[in-house]
Design a protein around this ligand. Structure first.
Ligand code: ADP
Ligand code: MG
Length: 438
């Protein structure tokens, strides 16, 4: 295992619980891998593919994600491919021939859940199994199986067929979603048998967390502060390049406005949201990936599978809806392990707006007879926790980790505005609370 890690992947040591996950999978055990974004989950199924005979089949929710991984593995001379509805009949045939041969060259095959669960493909898998060529099923982004999760994909539900039809093949479920409900759902739906539970810490020590308060009396516009942050990033770069940054906004229009305003100030920025045409989105993504447009202002549509190691700054221009979402989004910063920043803008105005969107009854008004939907209440509660992150007089990192069931020992925070200046933060909060909001 260590030789492959060094020679094929170029890493000197395992990270988090990678080694145990790989060991358990190689021993034929079901595994549940819970590691934060950037924790190195892919290695947990890529490495077994290289040390064991046969093919590892990886289920992945997005074609862009599969393409990206295949490209990266091929750079390391690892034979792999992906199957989806977008592949030509010819390509598919070649792939199927390869994996059904006596000793396939293919080490990893990525497939969409839709494709995997077709009868035809199930037959192929059975053929592979008979030849002893099916090493492992890896279900990446496995939270997509749960309607409690944030990226529910109905096709993931059908994956239970894998266990039913091929009960002997071990399954590895991977996710960065910490919600217990979702985890239980994954184990149940995939019918995992006494899985080895491999959980890494969710602490991201190289990310500095900061909440930037905006006051009614001052300007509520975060833009000048964002410009300052970007300029600061540039001044710290040896070659004076603009830092790679993502600015999350609640609305598509805001993303467009922010990108426009930054561009007007000479900062190379683009907008990204679900309202753009596919071609435009691809273009923004590739210019961002190549560093041509280092700053992207985006809605949450800019998300899963974005794997750029050198993001230096993630800004929440508006309040996110949940701590979970905030953690995932800010977690896109600093995947290379170098210092990075998460800055969230908080104003009473923005908080009230979100409360309103989520349907919080106004003070003084009579409550609705019955809560219209239980879900609405859940959303409000989740948002309340996020507000707690912004307004508690306590270490930001500790709050985030507590949300994921971890305890950060006192005095071990590696950087947040509160730990740096608790009195300053407390003063600002007092000012915020005493403000009269019209
Ligand atoms: P995840 O899927 O958990 O979000 P990835 O598998 O995409 O994370 O890995 C994130 C980054 O960490 C990648 O750039 C990967 O090359 C790197 N990485 C993975 N394992 C190791 C390791 N053992 N040592 C150093 N870097 C690693
Ligand atoms: Mg991943």
């Amino acid at each position: 295992m260590h030789t492959v890690l060094r020679d094929k992947f170029g890493f000197t040591s395992f990270q988090g619980r990678q080694e145990e996950a790989i060991g358990a999978a190689l021993a034929g055990r079901d595994t549940f891998v819970l590691m934060p974004t950037g924790g190195g989950k892919s290695l947990c199924y890529c490495l077994p593919a290289l040390v064991k005979k046969g093919v590892v089949v990886v289920i992945s929710p997005l074609i862009a994600l599969m393409e990206n991984q295949v490209e990266n593995l091929r750079k390391k001379d690892i034979c792999c491919d992906f199957l989806s509805s977008t592949r030509s009949a010819e390509d598919r045939r070649a792939i199927l021939d390869n994996i059904q041969s006596q000793s396939p060259q293919m080490r990893l095959l990525y497939a969409t859940p839709e494709l995997l669960t077709t009868d035809g493909f199930m037959l192929v898998l059975k053929n592979m199994y008979k030849r002893g060529n099916l090493t492992l099923f890896a279900v990446d982004e496995s939270h997509c199986i749960s309607s409690w999760g944030h990226d529910f994909r109905p096709a993931y539900r059908k994956l239970s067929v894998v266990r039913r039809e091929l009960p002997q093949v071990p399954i590895m479920a991977l996710t960065a979603t910490a919600a217990e409900k979702v985890q239980d759902d994954i184990v149940k739906q995939l019918r995992l048998r006494n899985p080895a539970l491999l959980v890494s810490s969710f602490n991201r020590p190289n990310i500095h967390y900061c909440v930037h308060y905006l006051f009614e009396a001052g300007a509520l516009d975060p833009l000048p502060h964002v410009v300052a942050l970007l300029k600061e990033g540039r001044s710290q770069d040896a070659a004076s390049r603009w830092p790679c940054a993502v600015i999350y906004t609640l609305k598509r229009e805001t993303a467009g406005e922010v990108a426009f305003s930054l561009s007007a100030k000479g900062i190379p920025a683009a907008a990204y949201h679900a309202g753009l045409k596919t071609a435009e989105r691809t273009c923004v993504l590739s210019d961002w990936a190549s560093g041509k447009t280092p700053v992207v202002a985006a809605t949450v549509a800019f998300g899963m599978g974005i794997d750029k190691a050198d993001v230096r700054l993630v800004v929440h221009y508006n309040l996110p809806k949940t701590i979970e979402g905030f953690y995932q989004e800010s977690g896109r910063a600093g995947r290379d392990g170098r210092p990075a920043k998460s800055v969230l803008f908080y104003s009473r105005d923005d908080r009230d707006r979100m409360d309103f969107i989520l349907g919080k009854p106004k003070k003084g008004k009579r409550k609705r007879k019955q809560p219209k939907s239980q879900q609405g209440n859940g959303e409000l509660q989740a948002f309340g926790q996020l507000v707690g992150y912004c307004t508690a007089r306590c270490c930001r990192r500790a709050i985030l980790l507590r949300h994921f069931g971890e305890v950060l020992p006192a005095g071990t925070c590696t950087g947040c505005d509160y730990c740096e200046d608790p009195h300053g933060v407390a003063e600002q909060l007092e000012r915020l609370e005493s403000e009269v909001v019209i």
